[in-house]
Design a binder for this molecule. Structure first.
Ligand code: BTN
Length: 243
């Protein structure tokens, strides 16, 4: 990971660039930029990417795994960020499936894009955005977003990048070699911001009250609704109640 690093002062989106070069690039190539003019978030959202405020990077991966197992790679990325931040004494947690929170506010998002050719993975572009020094967020995300500096930690971007990539390389290679999902799931549980919490499950413009009880081997979230029924969420959005 990171044998080849492509650096930009400015770019539209590191994910979009990485997708353009993915086919001819080797596994582990990193695209990183000081700013993004069209930073992309999940579900077509915008990702605030001002100059030197954050870390905006994408990793090109070519794992020999089934497309159905690709979400694990996103979880590994989330774990790398949270483990790196914990090593730097930042109390960060994972909000399933892959947002990183400090004090229940989002500090990092991950956008995984994948190209599949006849049920095998051609490549994965793993985009990681971390708010490091941002102090002013736009009105719409002000209450839910934060930065590492805003939460009182003055860290240097390079230290974070180095640790995140170190953690990522270890976890990724371990997973590729062993295909052991249980280890990943256990770590996701250990760093989870949701286990034992009252949450809302947001689906089809509706939100249902539930309690988060577990993360299973497949990395799915196990929730219990107020009528007592227990469900397994494969993907989707949840929010912590009372936030
Ligand atoms: C989310 O919505 O939580 C995901 C945000 C992902 C942002 C990162 S920044 C680097 C990479 N390039 C992009 O355009 N988006 C991702």
């Amino acid at each position: 990971i990171g044998k080849e690093i492509i650096y930009f002062e400015t770019i539209d989106s590191t994910n979009d660039y990485a997708k353009k070069i993915a086919k001819k690039s080797s596994e582990g190539t990193i695209v990183i930029s000081e700013e993004q003019t069209k930073g992309k978030g999940r579900m077509g959202r915008f990702w605030h990417s001002s100059k030197k405020d954050g870390i905006y990077m994408s990793i090109i991966l070519k794992p020999d795994i089934l497309p159905n197992d690709a979400p694990i790679i996103t979880q590994i990325a989330g774990l790398s960020v949270v483990k790196a931040l914990n090593k730097l004494n930042v109390d960060a947690k994972i909000k399933w499936p892959n947002d990183i929170l400090i004090n229940n506010k989002k500090v990092c998002g991950i956008l995984t894009e994948m190209s599949i050719e006849i049920d095998r993975i051609d490549y994965i572009v793993l985009g990681i955005g971390i708010n490091v020094k941002t102090l002013d967020f736009s009105e719409d995300i002000k209450n839910i977003a934060t930065s590492i500096l805003k939460e009182g930690y003055n860290l240097n971007r390079l230290d974070i990048i180095t640790l995140v990539l170190d953690e990522f390389e270890n976890l990724y290679l371990d997973y590729i070699n062993t295909k052991n999902k249980q280890i990943i799931a256990n770590m996701c549980k250990e760093y989870s911001a949701l286990i034992g919490k009252d949450i809302y499950v947001i689906q089809f413009n509706d939100r249902k009250r539930a309690k988060c009880i577990d993360i299973n081997k497949e990395g799915n979230l196990i929730v219990q609704y107020e009528d007592g029924s227990i469900k397994e969420l494969i993907s989707g959005e949840v929010s912590i109640r009372g936030e």
